[in-house]
Design a protein around this ligand. Sequence first.
Ligand code: FMN
Length: 163
Amino acid sequence: MNTVVIYDSKFGNTEKIAEAIARGIGSVSDVHVISVSEAARELEALATRPDLLIVGGPTQNHGPSAGLRHFTDALPASLRGVPAACFDTRYRGPVLLMGSAATAAAKAVAKAGAAIVGTPESFFIVRRGQMPLQTLEPGEIERAESWGRATASEAPLADPVAS
Ligand SMILES: Cc1cc2nc3c(=O)[nH]c(=O)nc-3n(C[C@H](O)[C@H](O)[C@H](O)COP(=O)(O)O)c2cc1C
């Protein structure tokens, strides 16, 4: 099994979550972690089509960051039809109030033909101090590792006919 984790991050927290998710996945699958800005080039360099896509980014203005939105709205052809799970980082609180990049990303990825696996997951930032210095709530790195492991363990294998 081969998984790609693709993320956007402005201040570094989502990057840490993406790396933690990949560590969790590493116990059940080969895994590559790629930022949205490198995605086109890095995906081309992969020898095989991924079996699973994990994609996430920061929630900004109640939705996905611009980088995440650009990536999911024009999902590379090599990822269309691949099972996918979405995550975000955001402040803790109801999705109706805070928004969720993962929820919007899941809709965009599904529109591009990917089969969504599980429900979008959020990892939380402490809303204290200046934004660039805000960090993840305690325990979120460990939760991301577990979520990655569980998501990869439960994902169906991609349809080999489609690859
Ligand atoms: C321009 C901007 C708008 C934001 N809007 C929201 C928002 O609507 N809801 C929310 O929960 N967090 C919001 N945040 C906080 C981000 O979700 C938080 O900074 C991000 O998850 C941190 O991830 P990063 O370190 O990878 O950038 C916003 C942050 C920025 C910079």
